[in-house]
Design a protein around this ligand. Structure first.
Ligand code: HGY
Ligand code: MN
Ligand code: MN
Length: 415
């Protein structure tokens, strides 16, 4: 293979162009599933894939598969990819580095004269973020078979619109049953992603190699009190849904701190109150709670503590409650052989690296049910992500793409 060069300037320009497809002003990026901006962004990625000579197909949820045909198409392909949807007022690197970075890795391999044996396929997953339908990794869950067509059809967005209605409006109408992939279709999946944490930057290490991906769980809690006039109802008569929610949000924090595992994290990321008038006692509260750990046992311990706190607080305050578990997924161990391949590439490129866990979840969590996976992390400034000031330096992105390109070459040609 001739020396491989990554065109970081071109890639940065493409990341900046992709960031313009947003419903919020720069530097923030908001790109919600099947929104106008999402469709524009999808078309832009398809254009770049077409220019790189990749053959395209989309599944009925809109996950994009862009393939560089290998000389042995009968062999299972090597895959890499991530997502381009972005939560409200997020940054421009979460997910996108792992999509546009694959296109640049393929272009670099093409420039270096590599002829893949196993095909190399970019996968751009639909709806990695939970923003629209409350559940993350919709595309990869459905591909892995952990989300049935019935469960998909039962999903409703914040305006009560069904997944089927919204996906049809975006042009995706074929049978959802075809999204499910059989294991064995890919020989490996490697995802390039910003770390979304501070460890690599703090250690001055340019590459992370992921050995396990955290076990995410998310809860939706509806609290129903009595409401009433803020002036007329005396304190002892009140059943205030917000105050119950406030106590529960603090209990969520305590539950994470009490497991004894430093990796347990819990967040009440959504807390809505009705009717939301200064002179009306809150009658309803909606909380959405995110609980994770890289190990299942402490994560489940925190979930149990949260549910018992909900029960106790609502009993004492006379509040009705309804708790829905939106997801409670096991962690995914990465394939040690694949981790070893990425380590060997880093050694060949004389890049310091650190084997680590991913505290964020990713589509790799579900691809792990279909084939061996690992992830390549690059540093992000101050570990910040899911914020407009999310930033990854072009040189760091370039190094990540170089490691990815060499890894894909090895996995595809065996060299
Ligand atoms: O929330 C996550 O871990 C991912 O960024 N969706
Ligand atoms: Mn994210
Ligand atoms: Mn992401």
């Amino acid at each position: 293979m001739q020396p491989l060069t990554v065109d970081t300037a071109r890639l940065q320009a493409e990341l900046d162009q992709l960031a313009t497809y947003s419903s919020s002003p720069a530097p923030g990026v908001t790109r919600v599933l099947w929104s106008t901006e999402d469709m524009q962004a999808r078309n832009y990625v398809k254009q770049l894939c077409g220019e790189a000579g990749l053959s395209l197909r989309e599944d009925s949820l809109g996950t994009l598969f862009a393939r560089w045909e290998g000389s042995a198409p009968e062999l299972a392909a090597v895959a890499s990819g991530s997502h381009i949807d972005a939560i409200p007022n997020a940054g421009r690197y979460d997910g996108t580095v792992g999509v546009l970075g694959v296109i640049e890795a393929i272009r670099a391999l093409q420039r270096a004269g590599v002829q893949p044996r196993r095909s190399i396929e970019l996968i751009m997953f639909t709806s990695e973020e939970p923003t629209r339908f409350g559940l993350g990794c919709l595309g990869s869950r459905a591909m892995a078979g952990t989300l049935s067509s019935e469960q998909l059809l039962a999903l409703r967005d914040g305006e009560g619109r069904s997944l089927d209605e919204v996906r049809a409006a975006a042009g995706y109408t074929s049978d959802l049953a075809h999204v499910r992939l059989e294991a064995g279709g890919y020989s490996a999946f490697v995802e390039l992603h910003i770390e979304q944490g501070p460890l690599l930057e703090a250690a001055g290490i340019p590459i992370g190699v992921v050995r396990a991906i955290a076990a995410p769980a998310s809860l939706r809690l509806t609290l129903t009190g009595e409401g009433g006039h803020a002036g007329a109802v005396l304190m002892p008569q009140r059943r205030d849904a917000l105050l119950a929610g406030a106590e529960i949000a603090l209990a969520v924090e305590r539950a994470a701190l009490a497991t004894g595992s430093p990796d347990t994290v819990a967040t009440t990321g959504v807390f809505r109150v009705e009717p939301g008038a200064i002179n009306s006692i809150p009658s309803r509260a909606l909380l959405e709670i995110d609980v994770r750990d890289v190990a299942l046992e402490p994560r489940n311990q925190a979930l149990a503590a949260i549910e018992s706190a909900i029960n106790a607080v609502c009993k004492r305050r006379g509040i009705g409650w309804e708790l829905t578990t939106l997801n409670a997924d096991p962690p995914a161990p990465c394939a040690s052989a694949l981790v070893g391949t990425v380590e060997a590439v880093c050694q060949k490129l004389q890049l310091p690296y650190q084997v680590m866990v991913s505290r964020a979840y990713h589509d790799s969590l579900f691809m792990a049910r279909l084939c061996p996976v690992t992830m390549i992390f690059i540093p992000c400034r101050n570990g910040v992500s899911h914020r407009p000031d999310e930033y990854a330096a072009p040189d760091d992105i370039g190094r990540g793409v170089a490691v990815l390109a060499h890894t894909l070459a090895r996995l595809s040609t065996g060299e």
